[in-house]
Design a binder for this molecule. Structure first.
Ligand code: GLN
Length: 478
């Protein structure tokens, strides 16, 4: 047995029965990081000594018949836009290269309270803007399945770390697909919760009305476990909803479940091999008893355009704080204005500056109505489209991405091509609905993901479908 290659649920059982120690699991993950991370570059920082010390404490607690909670002794990784008190938090940006977290993000704290061990921080596109992790100021992460290909992004480091068994699971963040797209590219599970399910306190904001923290895991059950622990209202994030007794109703068959295939998502532009794998996955759902039907998702085609207006607008406001005065790096210059300009032009990457410019333009006088306001209106139409579809079906199914992982460098010169890899994922963010990417085979060595979108706050149903599928075809990441 390789104690780094197990799910959280398996680890819990082994730990409870004393068949493995937290120290052994943690050491196995660290060994794997040592063996593979020079090539993969999933981590920006690893807290090896601290993690081993925490593991030892966990083992001692357990020997004394005590545990902090259900994650006691389980090593996890977190994306580097999540604050951990006393640790560097760069968000993949040069401007925050030496920034130290002043407090711990609520979602992370909830896992720590259950005894989780944080192994380190994972690489990401700068401020979570990107689909390949190539926009990190600290160099790209590679896809552990195929080192010439990208792991996806922006949570590419987290997805790669889980896929390469450097941790048992990881946290990512998803504003337009950044959990699901890398999970799909790396062959693991990635869940974006309903907007408001998990507190964003302590997450470095990209687009606050769309951002959500979520788990990247080896299976559906682990995703459900982490979500159930992280959810809940938080006085420090006014958009959060109360925690519910959240227990996915695991089922072996899918009788009575209505799965909709949005016509808009199955049109042109999908790689034929991807289409074939995802169609086969839908056939498996049917075999399990699900009722499959085509549905309309009105205005779904507009989701990418709406996202690329709303998101930069929010980015331009959120990133105003990185001005060389309040946070992070400062370039010295003669006047205040020059200091702002020099700091922002030298410490923020090209993609980030592009979005700040686009957002500032779209929000400026005379353009606000034409862009931001218009996009907000279309967002309502999109949301209503989802409401209509969910009157007919329980779950929507489509590919997570139109192609498998592309090659490093393939899209860095063409932002639009990069943006198009989010074509199927952004809709769930614009509508605020929960969605998951489930591994469903591969094209050669490159994994393919089945994308399932569920009703608002019905992650339990979403996970039950994902789990039934997983039981039928296997997990896919050995
Ligand atoms: N790839 C998308 C973007 O570049 C999504 C990013 C995200 O979800 N954080 O904006």
């Amino acid at each position: 047995m390789y104690p780094n290659k197990i799910t959280i649920q398996t680890a819990r059982g082994l730990l409870e029965r004393g068949e493995v120690s937290a120290w052994e699991i943690t050491q196995a993950c660290l060994d794997q990081i040592e063996a593979r991370d020079d090539d993969v570059h999933a981590f920006l920082e690893v807290y090896a000594d601290q993690a081993l010390a925490a593991a030892q404490q966990s083992d001692e607690r357990r020997k004394a018949g005590e545990t902090l909670g259900v994650l006691d002794g389980i090593p996890l990784a977190i994306k580097d836009n999540l604050l951990l008190q006393g640790k560097k938090c760069t968000a993949g940006s040069k401007v925050l290269a030496n920034y130290i977290g002043a407090y711990t993000a609520t979602a992370v704290q909830k896992l720590l309270d259950q005894g989780a061990i944080i192994l380190g921080k994972t690489n990401m596109d700068e401020f979570a803007m990107g689909s390949s992790t190539e926009h990190s100021a600290f160099g790209p992460t590679k896809n552990p399945r195929h080192l010439e290909h990208v792991p996806g992004g922006s949570s590419g480091g987290s997805a790669a770390a889980v896929a390469a068994h450097m941790c048992l699971a990881a946290l990512g963040t998803d504003t337009g697909g950044s959990i699901r797209q890398p999970a799909s590219f790396c062959g693991v599970f990635g869940l974006k919760p309903t907007y408001g399910r998990v507190s964003r306190y302590g997450l470095i904001a990209m687009a606050s009305s769309l951002d959500q923290i979520g788990p990247i895991t080896q299976d559906a059950e682990d995703a459900g476990l982490l979500l159930s622990l992280m959810q809940g209202s938080d006085a420090k994030d006014q958009t959060t909803a109360d925690a519910v007794d959240f227990e996915p109703a695991w089922k072996k068959d899918l009788k009575g479940v209505r799965v909709g295939l949005p016509r808009e998502a199955w049109g042109a532009g999908i790689d034929e091999a991807v289409r074939e794998r995802v169609q086969a996955a839908v056939q498996s759902l049917k075999k399990l008893g699900a009722e499959i039907k085509e549905v309309d998702l009105p205005y779904a085609d507009e989701a990418l355009a709406v996202y690329y207006v709303l998101m930069p607008c929010e980015v331009s406001a959120n990133l105003a704080r990185f001005d060389g005065m309040r946070y992070g790096r400062r370039e010295s210059a003669a006047t205040l204005f020059e200091t702002y300009a020099k700091t922002r032009s030298q410490s923020l990457g090209a993609e980030v500056r592009r979005r700040i410019l686009l957002g500032t333009f779209a929000l400026s006088r005379g353009y606000y109505d034409a862009y931001y306001l218009q996009a907000k209106k279309v967002q309502s139409l999109i949301r209503r489209g989802y409401e209509a579809a969910f009157r007919e079906v329980d779950i929507l199914a489509m590919p997570t991405t139109p192609t498998p992982a592309f090659k490093l460098g393939e899209k860095t010169g063409d932002p639009l091509a990069m943006y198009l890899s989010d074509i199927f994922t952004v809709g769930a963010n614009v509508a605020g609905a929960p969605a998951i990417s489930v591994p469903c085979g591969a094209v050669g060595s490159l994994p393919v993901g089945l994308h399932l979108i569920g009703k608002w706050f019905k992650e339990d149903e979403l996970l039950a479908v994902a789990k039934a599928y997983e039981l039928e075809v296997g997990r896919g990441n050995s």
